[in-house]
Write a protein that binds this ligand. Structure first.
Ligand SMILES: Cc1ncc(COP(=O)(O)O)c(C=O)c1O
Length: 567
């Protein structure tokens, strides 16, 4: 039997369980039930006995002097153990969460559960024989050695070694028109390392299931993997809690979610939404739609002639009417790195909420959303070496808690009758329907890969590469770089007198060099500089000076005989 307790917040509802006598259960009773249920789980004692034989992170590896690999981050820790437990325990956990919504599953640990995250014994991809695995019948999936593919032993790229990194990306060995592929279209999408490709394959071979609520083994595996990926994103972004990480399709969907959920709640007629001139269409159109619907106004902070945001003008545009500031961390069209820390501080001082569009920054520099103080931060998995169709909305917990759902359906509800629905807490409240489970797991693997290399190392290397490429481009006759801010990241937008950007793009393609030519979904900023389109070479951690040389050489040849571009 259950009783619905209405709350004063329409976005939340709490289902309270009652005892047979109808009285509310107390926490002490629930804790006692928890202990009894754990003790009743078959194999619980055996698992405890077996635990010491499983290596823990940092422990010496038998028969080898290799450094310990990083802990496989998709392996669940004790704090998600509930997903791999028995159906009885699952319903019990649901009950506890319903009664004490802020209670963390960590608080439910039993001596039979590991107190530290366990790491599998093998880090090489190994097929798992499910029949054999179930014959061994361990009580908890998370106590097994699952052989999930991870970084190979010794794969630490101790010093930044671009050639070693390149070997992790099989597509970089591809030939295009008889030439080695040079991938300079990283701002559009990035290539995928083996660890991501293998992780996806492993998921579909060994773990595929819908997540949450099911009683069977594969549901537990898939749920562990999905929630593990959420924690990887949390760590990568420096978020305070995994509950602040919402999986979405990408940066575009994340911004639309905020505009439609937060925006419809907080933006009214006469209010202002402040963006910059640098924005990608994904950070303009959702706000235009909201402004139109609510009778609000879109304000645009200008940039200077280098393509850097004018902070003085930005500050002038911040008024008591400004409800939200939504701004790119890195411009996809020019490469400008905007002063987001200052932007956030100024906006907060003015009482505005801030969304940072990190679609183009996450793959190039360390991000710490807590240190930045952002209210929202969005990213796309495919631009950070992860799969397409998966992305992240980070939202500060207190902000997410106050937001209504934006889509309704399965998964996001606490309870449904024909009269009303009660919603889950974030992040589940914003994940209606079956999500992109496998690709979330793949994204987790991508972020783990980057963490192993070290984002500061990547940032340092790319700064040198960008400076090398900038110097090289400036030797090409008639070439003009669009976007010359002092602080830039890995994007080189340019035009060449007398040559159409699309013709340059096609000619470079004949040399195996992939660049983008067009408006880059950022028409306002290109028009600000007097162009409808540019050529854009965007760099990533696996690009080399040799590849830059190939680009410069091809452009020299092209400008020497421009007719080549129009063949
Ligand atoms: C700065 C910026 N924001 C948002 C987006 C939208 O990303 P997606 O299409 O992956 O949703 C992009 C894509 O290029 C971008 O560069």
């Amino acid at each position: 039997m259950s009783t619905q307790i209405p709350t004063d917040d329409p976005t939340r509802g709490v289902t309270l369980a009652t005892s047979p006598a109808g009285a509310l259960l107390e926490a002490a009773t629930l804790a006692r039930w928890a202990n009894e249920l754990f003790s009743a789980v078959p194999g619980g004692e055996a698992s405890r006995a077996a635990a010491p034989s499983v290596p823990i992170p940092g422990a010496p590896v038998a028969g080898g002097s290799m450094p310990s690999p990083p802990s496989a981050p998709w392996l669940p820790t004790a704090d998600t153990a509930v997903t791999g437990a028995t159906p009885d325990f699952q319903s019990f956990a649901a009950l506890v969460h319903a009664v004490l919504p802020r209670l963390d599953a960590r608080d439910l640990t039993h001596p039979a559960l590991p107190s530290v995250p366990l790491v599998g014994q093998s880090f090489a991809a190994q097929p798992t024989n499910l029949d054999t695995a179930s014959a061994r019948a361990p009580a908890f999936y998370f106590l097994q050695d699952r052989g999930i593919p991870s970084l190979p032993r010794g794969h630490g790229h101790p010093a930044f070694d671009v050639h070693s990194i390149r070997r992790d990306f099989p597509i970089l060995a591809t030939q295009v028109h008889g030439r080695p592929l040079v991938w300079f279209d990283n701002a559009a999408t990035t290539q995928k390392p083996n660890v991501v490709i293998d992780r996806l394959s492993y998921f579909y071979r060994n773990e595929n299931s819908n997540i949450h609520r099911a009683a069977h083994e594969l549901a537990a595996r898939a749920t562990d993997a999905y929630e593990g990926a959420r924690r990887q994103v949390q760590r990568f972004l420096g978020a305070a809690s995994a509950d602040e990480i919402v999986f979405v399709r990408g940066a575009t969907e994340a911004i639309n979610l905020v505009a439609q959920s937060w925006g419809r709640k907080y933006v009214s007629a006469g209010d202002e939404i402040l963006v910059s001139h640098l924005e990608h269409h994904a950070n303009i159109v959702p706000w235009q739609m909201l402004a139109l619907e609510r009778g609000a106004h879109l304000r645009v902070a200008p940039v200077d002639s280098s393509g850097q945001l004018r902070l003085d003008e930005f500050q002038r545009l911040l008024t008591e009417h400004t409800k939200i500031v939504s701004i790119a961390h890195v411009s996809n069209a020019l490469g400008t790195v905007t002063p987001v820390k200052e932007v956030i501080e100024l906006a907060h001082r003015a009482g505005a909420t801030v969304l940072i569009d990190g679609a183009q920054s996450v793959s190039h520099m360390p991000i710490d959303v807590k240190a930045l103080g952002a209210d929202f931060f969005v990213l796309s998995g495919h631009k950070v070496f992860g799969p397409t169709g998966i992305g992240v909305l980070y939202g500060r917990q207190s902000v997410l808690e106050e937001m209504p759902p934006w889509q309704g359906g399965g998964n996001m509800i606490e309870d449904v009758t024909f009269e009303r629905s009660l919603y889950q807490h974030p992040p589940t409240r914003f994940e209606a329907g079956t999500g992109n489970i496998a690709d979330a797991v793949g994204l987790g693997a991508a972020l783990e890969y980057l963490t192993t290399i070290g984002m500061p190392n990547i940032e340092r290397y790319e700064a040198q590469l960008l400076s090398y490429a900038t110097e090289g481009l400036l030797t090409v006759p008639g070439l003009k770089i669009i976007g010359t801010a002092a602080h830039k990241a890995s994007v080189l937008s340019f035009v060449i007198e007398g040559l159409e950007p699309t013709a340059i793009g096609s000619a470079l393609n004949q040399e195996g060099i992939a660049v983008r030519a067009g408006h880059h979904c950022a028409q306002p900023i290109l028009r600000r500089f007097g162009h409808e389109s540019t050529v854009r070479a965007s760099l990533a951690l696996y690009n080399t000076c040799e590849e830059v040389d190939a680009l410069i050489h091809a452009l020299h040849q092209l400008t020497a005989s421009p007719t080549k571009a129009y063949r």
